[in-house]
Design a protein around this ligand. Structure first.
Ligand code: PLP
Length: 454
């Protein structure tokens, strides 16, 4: 241990998403991560942990990949930075743009690069507003998101995020943002309806909101193809067809936030392809570089691009850009990462080993009296706990069942994540997970459940 680091950390470092009081008083855990290889990370005390959450669903190719490290070093030596403004580019950024577009649905046209998922979604909303202004309908500006959706934590993106801690005491959501139904059938026993009827219910709620606000005021709908931070919830069958039909009817753009699902996590290159979505804009980040360097993207359909071309002819260049947009080091990491995803067959592996993980998890824990639901697709898997299984009585989130189980999983040498709802344990491992490593995650979960509930 290095106690000096503990002291410096406490005195100087304001961590994201942290409990400041606990940090100030030295009560919170302080794990200094020193290395990683494959699906494992190591801390300075010599603990080796299986990272069942791939950092924050992002280290898709696993840790310690020499090919990506070499590409980053080579780019830093050759040209560490040049901007991408007004027609400038680097070999890495142009190559990556081509590689990204080769992997996106056919009707998509261009990619704008940012740094992280939050700034990419900020870009997306600006583009949607720009689009409607060019089309001469400046009143069509509101954005519909979903409760329990996660889209970032800036002012606009924190508004889009449908989790109240991202709003409370920040004066959010902004007035242009509305939230509709969460597509979690499991959480709605109160509705007492079939899953097919629940899908109709979600589409009807959306229709009602559009009718109440006026379709000519709604610009876009944003959603993750499969809810991630909101509890790892696959959409009920037919959900996206029903939602897309409502959006098309009212000329409302669809933004598919693929920050988690993009580049293979569901066993398909995109979540849009997985669920048959036809988005107008796609958000990408995390798996674009497997987090070896920060990079994100806003992928724009030909329909949106053509309107912006018209706009620029009328108004000149778009007033939107970051210094670090298409940063060459991030781009070099992205090129090497996407090549590795292909070479190692990781999209396919996410599908097959992901299905194995989900099946094994069901077999191992679904019968436990406190397990209400085991669900997932590809390399996403969640276990949701219930106070009473027969009546589907949920825990009060203040009970913090998820944190108790994730702490018990950690004792088994495996990292899982207590999802913010309070009673869900989530896994989003690297896409290179093997069956043996999947078994370790399942064994650790079973042991943890026994420890917490008996
Ligand atoms: N969108 C989704 C679906 C995410 O899961 C996240 C982060 O977890 C974001 C956006 C925000 O990305 P970032 O944290 O890189 O800003």
């Amino acid at each position: 241990r290095n106690d000096q680091l503990d002291q410096w950390d406490r005195e100087n470092f304001f961590h994201p998403s942290t409990h400041m009081g606990q940090h100030e008083r030295g009560e919170s855990a302080n794990r200094v991560i020193t290395g990683g290889s494959g699906v494992y990370i190591e801390d300075r005390n010599g603990n080796r942990l299986l990272d069942g959450f791939a950092g924050l669903y992002c280290v898709n190719v696993g840790y310690g990949r020499q090919e990506i490290a070499d590409a980053i070093a080579a780019q830093a030596k050759e040209l560490s930075y040049y901007h991408a403004y007004v027609g400038h580019g680097t070999e890495a950024s142009i190559t990556l743009a081509k590689m990204v577009m080769d992997r996106m649905p056919e009707h998509m046209s261009k990619v704008y690069f940012g740094l992280g998922g939050s700034d990419a979604n900020e870009t997306n909303i600006k583009l949607v507003w720009y689009y409607n202004n060019i089309l001469g309908r400046p009143e069509k500006k509101k954005i519909i998101s979903r409760w329990r959706g996660y889209h970032g934590s800036g002012l606009m993106t924190g508004s889009l995020t449908g989790l109240t801690p991202f709003h409370n005491k920040f004066d959010l959501p902004l007035s242009q943002v509305l939230h509709t139904e969460t597509p979690s059938y499991f959480r709605r026993p109160d509705l007492d309806m079939s899953e097919a009827d629940f899908v109709t219910h979600c589409a009807d709620k959306l229709e009602e909101m559009i009718a109440a606000e006026g379709a000519d005021t709604i610009a876009a709908f944003i959603g993750e193809p499969m809810l991630g931070t909101g509890g790892i919830v696959p959409p009920p069958a037919g959900y996206w067809n029903a939602i897309q039909a409502v959006l098309d009817k009212h000329d409302i753009l669809l933004i598919a936030d693929e920050v988690v699902t993009g580049f293979g996590r569901l066993g398909t290159m995109t979540g849009s392809a997985h669920y048959g979505l036809k988005p107008d804009i796609i958000t990408i980040a995390k798996g674009l570089t497997s987090a070896y360097a920060p990079l994100s993207g806003s992928v724009i359909s030909d329909k949106v691009w053509q309107v912006m071309v018209k706009g620029s002819d009328e108004m000149g260049p778009i007033g939107h850009g970051w210094t670090y947009s298409a940063h060459p080091i991030g781009a070099a990491a992205g090129v090497a990462n996407l090549k590795l995803v292909d070479d190692l067959g990781l999209v396919e592996n996410a599908g097959t080993v992901g299905a194995y993980l989900n099946e094994k998890m069901k077999d191992a824990v679904a019968d436990h009296p406190q397990v209400g639901d085991v669900r997932g697709e590809g390399m996403l898997c969640a276990v949701e706990f219930v106070d009473d299984k027969a009546s589907r009585k949920f825990y009060d989130p203040s009970r913090k069942i998820g944190p108790a189980v994730s702490a018990a999983v950690l004792k088994q040498g495996v990292i899982g994540r207590a999802m913010p709802q309070g009673d869900i344990l989530g896994f989003a491992p690297p896409l290179c997970l093997t069956r043996e490593e999947a078994d370790k995650i399942v064994d650790a979960t079973r042991a943890a459940i026994t420890e917490v509930f008996g």
